[in-house]
Design a protein around this ligand. Structure first.
Ligand SMILES: [Fe+2]
Length: 271
């Protein structure tokens, strides 16, 4: 039996089952269901080893290995541990969902805390299901058919306003992708596709486009739809990447903050 309690009315639940129950796979379908309903699941101080985290992830869906090899990605600014970290983590300070450049974004990520930051370093989440549901009928009608160009090069300007042309071209080589603003899911629910890769709304003048994207992000990340997780060592946090956005909150870069991440392969395209 799943043992859980809500964290906030619109987002987040704590799962209180023991490690053994989670690893058995017996409540895996209930965990999946709860994840879709609540967006974020916290397993307080569950203290999974890497092997246990991998095994637990595999009970929930299709395990997605890291593109550069291995099953675990180390989220850290320590270059010895993660030589590609600096660039990756700069972008992760802004609200986003993972995989807006892919046809099928990952279903979920799981993070285990191994070492805390000396200050800062919460992870923020917001429910883009709840944010959409709470819009007025007029607002829903206004945005329903809109399409948005997403690009990684647009997000570069969040943290580097004056990049070199070589760097800009490097980012532009990743390409752009046109996505619906409102994602109509197979389950019948709708969520918003926003975040720092959302660059411009098609067919709308630039000021109006910026107003729409900024306004919806401001709405979706507001207090009633968001949760900021303050880590304890051993916490595992899992989020539904298809119905939430997330970001890292600023922290001491020299602190050695370390999270270990596993992922579940996506099961649904944006279209
Ligand atoms: Fe991310």
């Amino acid at each position: 039996m799943l043992a859980q309690e809500p964290i906030k009315p619109n987002i987040g639940s704590r799962v209180l089952n023991k490690k053994k129950e989670l690893l058995s796979g017996e409540i895996a379908s209930q965990v999946r269901e709860l994840l879709q309903q609540r967006g974020v699941l916290v397993f307080p101080e569950i203290n999974f080893t890497d092997e246990e985290q991998i095994a637990f992830t595999k009970t929930l869906g299709t395990f997605q290995p890291e593109p550069r090899g291995g099953d675990i990605f180390k989220v850290t600014l320590d270059n010895k541990e993660n030589p590609f970290s600096a660039e990756y983590l700069k972008g992760s300070l802004y609200w986003h969902l993972d995989g807006t450049m892919n046809d099928v974004p990952i279903l979920a990520s799981l993070l285990s805390s191994k070492k805390l930051a000396s200050w800062g370093g919460n992870t923020g989440f917001c429910s883009t299901y709840a944010a959409y549901d709470s819009l007025s009928d007029e607002q829903k009608a206004e945005i329903d058919g809109l399409r948005v160009v997403h690009s990684v090069w647009a997000s570069l300007f969040y943290y580097e306003p004056e990049p070199s042309i070589a760097k800009l071209k490097g980012f532009q080589a990743i390409g752009e992708r046109e996505l619906p603003l409102v994602w109509k899911h197979r389950n019948g629910r709708k969520s918003l596709i926003l975040g720092c890769t959302a660059h411009r709304v098609l067919g709308v003048e630039a000021p109006k486009s910026a107003e729409l994207l900024c306004g919806l992000r401001d709405w979706a990340t507001g207090e009633q739809f968001s949760y900021s997780h303050q880590w304890k060592v051993g916490d595992l946090v899992m989020w539904d990447n298809t119905g939430t956005m997330h970001r890292a909150e600023t922290y001491d870069p020299a602190s050695g903050r370390m999270l270990h991440r596993t992922k579940l392969e996506g099961e649904e395209s944006f279209a």
